[in-house]
Design a protein around this ligand. Structure first.
Ligand code: UDP
Ligand code: MG
Length: 320
């Protein structure tokens, strides 16, 4: 997409209201990338920030032509911003990481070392999670185990989106334009030679998490529906269980009544059965709705994101 030639490394970073982290992030990225001794670019995707991050990105891009900014027209979310980063990258290897310095830039050295050994996907595995609540650690642990149980892909445990992707993988991912995205699942799905590198996940440098529980649940639902029909199949299993239990129960109840028993008289029994099955049916319809909604979104075929502008570094220089 960019007009200039190719570079060896791209670092793609989604930025949403990271005004405090950016001035610290940029020099640390520069130090690490310069050490590698090859050409590189830094893609900063401004995901509709409203706190002044946009201006910082503009001035970074104006002063350093290796900084390639992409400005979204509004907030489209982390996963979509990663997609835009991959779309705009030109590197032979592309590193995806967060802006809040929870993914230490120094780990890129280890990722690149594995890439040079020939691995096409090098994902960073969290060894320790500093400064994260027990709730987040617990839900994350449960989530990874659940998704690997039911999904059609094997997503390595304790990995986030911090990873290095070879150009072949990036080109493959760029062809997958699904709307409700779970990038780490997609990267696992494509295959190729993959390897993990352990690292210590740091505390957020400044500001607050941009992932409230609501967004985490959305992401988890995207992960499950994107890679598995299991929720749809639950209804079938449940239907079979209910049907078999009633098939057994009906003759028993008839026999008891003929024998004069009062055991199953009364409204409560009826109500419980109706409400229980009603609940199960509503949940099943809801699950169907999740999948149908996704089909609807795909059918509309809207672009994944709208870019306000993605100036080439040279354009910015001219304007300045
Ligand atoms: N982010 C984004 N759009 C959003 C939310 C987050 O681009 O709508 C970026 C954010 O700026 C950061 C990364 O995604 O670079 C991860 O977000 P965060 O650190 O808040 O998530 P956490 O580490 O708490 O899971
Ligand atoms: Mg973070």
């Amino acid at each position: 997409m960019a007009s200039k030639g190719s570079v060896t490394f791209s670092v793609a970073i989604p930025v949403y209201n990271e005004v405090e982290s950016l001035p610290e992030l940029y020099p640390r990225i520069c130090a690490v990338m310069d050490d590698l001794g090859e050409s590189w670019e830094l893609i900063l995707i401004d995901d509709g920030s409203s706190d002044g991050s946009t201006n910082i990105i503009r001035s970074l891009a104006a002063d350093d032509e290796r900084v390639q900014p992409v400005f979204f027209a509004r907030n489209f979310g982390h996963q979509i911003a990663i997609t835009a980063g991959l779309d705009h990258s030109r590197g032979q290897a592309v590193v995806i990481m967060d802006a809040d310095l929870q993914d230490p830039p120094e780990v890129i050295i280890d990722l690149v070392a594995k890439w040079r050994e020939g691995y096409e996907v090098v994902y960073a595995v969290r060894e320790e999670r500093e400064g994260e609540t027990r709730f987040k650690k617990l839900t994350a642990a449960l989530f990874y185990r659940l998704i690997n149980r039911i999904a059609d892909v094997n997503i390595p445990i304790d990995t986030g989106d911090f990873r290095l992707l070879d150009r072949v993988v990036v080109d493959t991912l760029n062809r997958m334009r699904e709307r409700h995205r779970f990038p780490r699942g997609m990267a696992a799905w494509v295959g190729f030679h993959q390897v993990g590198v352990p690292y210590q996940r740091a505390e957020r440098f400044a500001g607050e998490t941009k992932y409230p529980l609501r967004k985490m649940i959305r992401l988890a639902i995207n992960a499950v529906t994107g890679f598995s029909y299991f929720p749809l199949q639950i209804a079938i299993y449940f239907g079979f269980i209910c049907a078999s239990v009633s098939a057994l129960a009906i003759p028993i109840v008839i026999a008891l009544r003929l024998a004069g028993s009062q055991a199953f008289l009364g409204q409560a029994t009826t109500l419980i059965a109706v409400l229980f099955l009603g609940g199960v049916q509503l949940i099943s319809i809801g699950i169907l709705g999740e999948y149908v909604g996704r089909i609807y979104d795909e059918a509309k075929g809207r672009p994944l994101y709208i870019v306000r502008d993605a100036p080439d570094a040279n354009d910015i220089k001219l304007k300045k």
